[in-house]
Design a protein around this ligand. Structure first.
Ligand SMILES: [Zn+2]
Length: 288
């Protein structure tokens, strides 16, 4: 089968374009000892990366796609409840040991959409997400940590990297935040030259490297600590990334009771401090 849509990594310039906003962190947590890709496990090496957190922690689609398998024992050697999402071009992600499913088989999902709850089903010593990335066909696993890192995503948590040419909800949030910072941008979710130049200007004003890449150094300067009563473009940015994670809010720039509830719900299922305020920790989780 021809692997259309799966370009080879031929240059660092191309690698940068992979940070295109299309991928995101599937779950927040830490890497347990021995849970790394390739770790010895009986007759076969460990096919994914484990991300440990408590049962009920939200699990999100790592990229847009279609749920092609859902249930127990859906891939050889995997135990407990699992999901497979097909992303096209021979790319798949697998989510294992789930305690609950939140989408049906054959569902079309968006990047960041909530798909399941972390759990401890199958052969496990405690709750965690077993996460796999497949490239070049189902069964052809690659290291999920490096696969996501190449796409600007820090598996388990951390600020993402968004490069020029990126698209999607996180780009919209950047556009709203830059608007609040003083340069009005159209929040169309396309990280084109006008937006990139505005980010470069912002980076220069903060003494940051003006490369137009919104990464771990730029994000903390760009986001605002928001709370009930806040209003404006920065709140729209917050609402957009809450919606990326299935909040279903009106993007009205008004941090009222509904947005407050959505922030609290998000914080709760992501094991953050539940205070209804969107500070740097909540932003980091939301845009990752
Ligand atoms: Zn595992």
């Amino acid at each position: 089968m021809a692997l259309t849509g799966v370009p080879a990594l031929t240059s660092s310039a191309w690698a940068a374009t992979l940070k295109d906003g299309r991928w995101c962190n599937p779950a927040r947590g830490y890497f347990p000892a021995g849970g790394y890709y390739g770790a010895p496990r009986g007759p076969y090496p460990h096919a994914g990366q484990d991300v440990t957190n408590s049962t009920g922690t939200a699990v999100y689609a790592a990229a847009a796609g279609t749920v092609v398998r859902r249930g127990t024992g859906i891939l050889s050697g995997r135990t407990g409840n699992g999901l497979v999402i097909a992303h096209g071009g021979g790319r798949y992600t697998y989510y294992g040991h789930l305690s609950a499913f939140r989408i049906p088989l054959n569902a079309k999902v968006a990047a960041g959409q909530r798909i399941a709850d972390m759990g401890a089903t199958g052969h496990v010593t405690g709750p965690h997400l077993h996460f796999e990335t497949h490239s070049g066909g189902l069964g052809s696993t690659v290291n999920p940590v490096s696969y996501l890192a190449a796409r600007g995503v820090d598996l388990g948590g951390g600020w993402p990297a968004i490069s020029p040419g990126a698209v999607g909800a996180t780009v919209k949030a950047i556009q709203y935040l830059i608007t609040r910072r003083g340069t009005t941008l159209v929040a169309d979710g396309n990280y084109g030259s006008v937006s990139v130049n505005a980010v470069k200007k912002f980076q220069s004003s903060r003494g940051l490297v003006a490369d137009g890449q919104v990464g771990p150094k730029t994000w903390p300067s760009l986001v605002y600590s928001l709370r009930r009563g806040s209003s404006g473009a920065h709140v729209r940015g917050l609402q957009v990334v809450l919606n990326k994670h299935s909040a279903g809010l009106a993007v009205d720039g008004d941090f009222g009771a509904v947005t407050n509830s959505a922030v609290r719900a998000y914080q709760s299922v992501n094991r953050l401090v539940v205070d209804g305020r969107s500070g740097p920790k909540s932003w980091e989780a939301l845009v990752g």
